[in-house]
Design a protein around this ligand. Structure first.
Ligand SMILES: Cc1ncc(C[n+]2csc(CCOP(=O)(O)OP(=O)(O)O)c2C)c(N)n1
Length: 789
């Protein structure tokens, strides 16, 4: 400064004033465009062009302020109110917003979800078309939104936690494409009412204990749909309720800030310093943004006049953040009424144009299909008088959808059986299937199903060891060779898990890579999700399968839908490790496999019978991008197994059952711990002249993709499905797969059976187990019945 003369200083002041003024006006423009988007979006729903709308009106000032500090490398884990933030960050256009509102399935038009998600559920691309991670450290990143309120919290924790790993683990720190020394922040947004969810509290506690760069913004507009916050939150204030979390000198904790949702300048000032502090110190923060309005109410599903009194409605008008922003700009002489009016008018025009473009693009391929269909129907009109009516009805639909075309085609095919129509119908079916049914799992080179099988190899003098020792040696080799892997869970770090799979490995590989967590299954899953989304390979442990229920929601709602709901643009290759099936008592013997396979479509479900097999599954999964759960056998850790010498290399192909005993009379299909019961029963039956073939399915999702069980059934013509789940659980699922999908019913000589656990939870101790789960004698009896039927 010393060298500058007065004129230069004045010029500099003028320049920085101009810069500031431009920034403010740019933000005002984004706010106006966002508000117009909300207003017009609602109309699109009310006039029937879109089915449902939810908008960010009232949150504009807070979100342009927040976006100012969202940098390359940062992440957002938010919810459906954040359109202004997306516009201000340059991650969404108004046109794209409308494309999603219309459910345009073209990913070029709706780049967030290819029409699969309701509007305002945003995402950016994390992986390329080959499943390779994009350089997220140089991009602004948005993890795909989900609708279950507060579901974003646990993911947000994990995304922030990943920065800690990138900063502290040298193997991860070198992955500079994925992180810049862990300097990123995860911006997490949530509505005030959703802070009532356990997810919120568990996340805040975990973030506070872990000290991760998580910035939580609570948009407090006073209501959760219609329910006011006095029924939601202690003292009707989330910042007050959380005050015990406040970080103090030499403690962990969270920094808590209160902001006003209409006070643009005030918010910018606080956020500037607070966010820099998070970046540098990894101390999480909560921004309680109060006095936020919701001018159009919760969504298009109802009107807020039903639950807000006239006083509140008047207050919302008076304290609308756009109004306040305009007043502030004028009172600070940054602009005048005329210029701001012009910005508002231009915003209106821009939004209308964007809406029109989005609609035209959405309709164009459908109109083309209508045209083609009508042209194909015209020459067939003589065949039946109703065909003309079908064609003209299709032609007259003002806003046609793909289903209108399919329905018209199907009706005419029913009448005419016309070959060319059938071909066209079949082509459209394939096209539509790509649009709506693809990407449940990875389909490209990173599909776990494309991993080649490598068999375990044993030296002649291979030692026979306990099952847990196989895992222990494997994990040691894995952590020595794969710098992206981290493992964590309750008691997993210091003592090396309750069954010693990780025994001694924390000391060797470091407590940043192998570590204990609090007892909080939900956020353990969240940590795994965040790490996986950011390109690491987490093994997140649920101590016992029975406690998976606590962590099931994020797996079912978030992990299983990630790849699908982003049309392949994000992958979440978390491996959930747990142990289950028979051991002792009601909560340490569960085998709720039906619950798992039905709630976890989108994950692979591996059910190894021993630890050698489990290792092969870990190896397979680590080569792909698909999420999975591996359920080790609780009673398998002390089972004697031969130690393979290619531990880090061999793979178990997913969806390929293994015939572990050949036989000719009955096919017994099973998995996991029950396999040993079945083996014992088969040995008894052998002695009685009944030859059983035992098929271990190895994975329930996917299930027997080459129909090997059918091959077995072809030989035996008798089949029984045996597991420890409740009646009609996973045994029922296997039954259905083999009978219906594989056409197994055609090969039966006697009626097929299932042998399962009882409907109640397993009782404690050996007798409890015997009378609650399938036992050898049950299986022998059923097999004999089948032979004499
Ligand atoms: C787990 C779950 N329960 C209920 C709902 C239905 N729901 C959607 S939004 C909402 C209210 C959320 O209010 P708040 O968190 O204050 O956010 P706002 O919509 O006001 O921004 C409810 C109950 C849901 N989506 N997810």
């Amino acid at each position: 400064m010393d060298n500058l003369n007065t004129t230069e200083m004045a010029l500099n002041d003028q320049l920085s004033f101009e810069h500031f003024r431009n920034e403010v006006l740019k933000d005002y423009k984004v706010m106006c465009e966002s508000r117009e988007t909300s207003l017009l979006g609602r109309k699109e729903v009310l006039t029937g062009k879109a089915k449902f709308g939810i908008f960010g009106d009232g949150k504009e000032a807070a979100q342009v302020a927040m976006a100012k500090f969202f940098k390359e490398g940062d992440f957002r884990s938010g919810y459906y109110r954040d359109q202004t933030f997306m516009f201000a960050s340059g991650l969404a256009t108004v046109e794209q917003f409308f494309a999603q509102l219309y459910a345009d399935p073209n990913v070029e038009n709706d780049p967030f979800s290819a029409g699969r998600q309701m509007n305002a559920h945003f995402a950016t691309k994390f992986v390329d078309d080959n499943g390779e991670w994009l350089p997220l450290a140089t991009r602004k990143n948005v993890s795909s939104d989900i609708a279950p309120t507060a579901g974003q919290m646990v993911r947000g924790l994990g995304l922030a936690f990943a920065s800690k790993i990138f900063r502290n683990v040298k193997e991860a720190n070198s992955l500079t494409d994925l992180s810049n020394n862990g300097n990123e922040i995860c911006f997490c947004t949530i509505g005030d009412a959703s802070t009532s969810e356990g997810h919120f509290w568990e996340t805040m506690n975990a973030a506070s204990v872990l000290q991760v760069p998580l910035a939580v913004f609570v948009w407090d507009d006073g209501y959760g749909i219609s329910v006011p916050k006095k029924y939601q939150t202690t003292k009707a204030s989330i910042s007050q309720a959380l005050s015990g979390f406040q970080k103090e000198e030499l403690t962990n904790g969270v920094n808590i800030y209160k902001l006003k949702g209409w006070d643009y300048a005030g918010m910018c000032e606080v956020l500037d310093e607070a966010l820099q502090n998070i970046r540098e110190t990894h101390t999480p923060a909560l921004f309680h943004v109060e006095e936020v309005t919701q001018p159009q109410g919760h969504s298009t599903s109802g009107s807020h006049e039903r639950y807000k009194g006239p006083e509140r409605l008047d207050w919302e008008k008076e304290w609308d953040c756009l109004k306040k922003m305009k007043e502030w700009i004028i009172s600070n002489a940054l602009s005048d009424e005329h210029e701001l009016n012009t910005i508002e008018a231009n915003a209106k025009e821009h939004v209308k144009e964007s809406r029109n473009k989005a609609w035209e693009k959405y309709q164009a391929p459908i109109l083309e299909q209508v045209k083609t269909t009508v042209a194909k129907l015209t020459p067939l009109q003589n065949a039946d008088p109703s065909i003309q009516a079908i064609a003209s009805e299709l032609n007259s639909v003002r806003e046609p959808m793909r289903r209108d075309v399919m329905k018209a085609l199907a009706s005419v095919i029913d009448i005419t059986n016309d070959e060319s129509l059938k071909q066209y119908y079949s082509k459209l079916t394939t096209d539509n299937s790509k649009l709506y049914n693809s990407h449940l799992y990875n389909e490209g080179p990173k599909s776990a199903l494309k991993v080649n099988e490598i068999k375990p190899y044993y030296k002649d003098d291979a030692p026979v060891v306990n099952g847990f020792e196989v895992l222990n040696k494997y994990f040691d080799e894995l952590f020595s060779t794969n710098g992206k892997v981290v493992a964590f869970g309750e008691d997993l770090g210091f003592i090396g898990d309750v069954n010693q799979g990780f025994s001694g490995l924390q000391a060797k590989h470091g407590e940043q890579r192998i570590f204990d967590t609090g007892i909080r299954e939900l956020t353990i899953m969240g940590q795994g999700i965040g790490l996986a989304l950011r390109g690491l390979r987490p093994i997140a442990e649920i101590q016992y399968l029975d406690y998976l229920l606590y962590g099931l929601q994020p797996l079912s709602d978030d992990v299983c839908t990630t790849h699908y709901r982003t049309a392949g643009q994000q992958s979440c290759p978390i491996i959930v490790r747990t142990r289950g099936h028979r051991l002792e008592g009601i909560w340490h013997s569960g085998s709720p496999m039906g619950m798992i396979i039905n709630s976890l479509r989108g994950m692979y479900v591996c059910v190894p019978r021993n630890m050698v097999q489990a290792v092969g599954m870990y190896n397979t999964l680590l080569q792909g991008n698909d999420p999975a759960i591996i359920i080790e056998c609780l009673n398998g850790y002390r089972l004697k197994e031969k130690m393979p010498s290619n531990l880090i290399a061999y793979t178990v192909p997913l969806g390929v059952p293994e015939v572990i005993k050949e036989g000719t009379d009955i096919t017994m299909v099973t998995y996991g711990s029950t396999t040993r019961i079945v083996q014992e029963a088969a040995a008894t039956l052998d002695k009685q002249g009944i030859s059983c073939e035992i098929v271990d399915v190895q994975t329930l999702l996917p299930f027997d993709i080459h129909h090997k069980i059918r091959d077995s059934l072809q030989k035996t013509n008798r089949i029984v499905f045996i597991d420890e789940d409740v009646p009609g659980g996973a045994a029922g699922y296997m039954f259905n797969k083999v009978m219906e999908e594989q056409g197994g019913y055609k090969l039966l000589d006697v009626s097929p059976r299932t042998i399962t656990g009882k409907a109640h939870r397993p009782a404690y101790s050996s007798d409890g187990d015997y009378f609650s789960k399938p036992n050898v004698e049950d299986i022998v009896r059923v097999a004999k019945e089948m032979m004499s039927e």
